[in-house]
Design a protein around this ligand. Sequence first.
Ligand code: S3P
Length: 330
Amino acid sequence: MDYPKIKIYQNPWISEKIPWAFRTFVQIFVVIPEDNCYNNRKCQKIRQKYRKRAVRTSTHKSGKDKNMNQLEVLRESLGQCDEIILDALLMRNRIVEDIMVYKEANNVPILQPEQEAKQKEWLERRMQEKRHKNEVADVFESITRNSKKIQARKLFNYNIVLIGFMGAGKSTISDYLKTVFAMDIIEMDQIIAERAGMSISDIFETYGEQYFRDCETNLLIEMQSRTNVVISCGGGTPMRECNVVEMKKNGRVVLLTAKPETILDRVKDSHDRPLIENNKTVPFIADLMSKRREKYEAAADIIIETDGKSELEICEELIHSLRQMDAKAE
Ligand code: S3P
């Protein structure tokens, strides 16, 4: 890939050759890229144009006319800045995609959260004592978020559907995927509860389990119009065969598993799971799990054991398994 070269500029405009008066004018009335500039031919042309315009405006015009022209110069300068930003962004996005291709081709971990931390530190250092620190930080946050989205789209052009027993880590892993890929999360239980205006336990009590299961089916159908979202299912969602059919229409199904002891440890302090609320014991969990295992496994495109693994490790495994599966399907 042939990228334009990026050079560090030390205020190239304000060189010793430019007379003091002109320098001052340029500093006041023309927006100058401070010291880091994306150097390509277009950028150089823009600079030449600024200089010519600035000279013309400062030497030949006066009064209202001059002000008008200065405003025009400023606006045009701003437009040219936007051109530079746009070019740099387009190039940046291409690089982001190429990094992803490189990582995959060379078996480098896809997720490198330390890299984001480094970029943050760099920005903090570069912006020390500078004006508009918060505004610039805000723009960079948006750039980072959108880079993550680009990466996610490069990897998955479908939805990721997380299934598994209560406490298998579906919500935790979907949150992590949101952090690293800025993907939208569909937390099924939460959406159903919000729409019903009551907790899952109250839905079970008021309308019964069938009603709740119908809500799950309808939500899965609704999600088929979305792409690149993570759908975190309720533990019982794949028990209905039609749900599995709906999940697979626009999604890859990832089964997260954990030992009953691990599950108990993860759910012991929560009270929003009516099916185990009064039976939080390893034998009860193991029994319900074994009744569900066959259906879980039949629904799954890939299976990931979560015991003793970090969120990063689980997500890295998830990405690799999905990509391997996609490669085989191609
Ligand atoms: C259920 C699991 C729960 C929730 C409901 C029923 C199940 O979701 O949908 O209590 O049948 O396993 P989580 O797996 O997110 O706890």
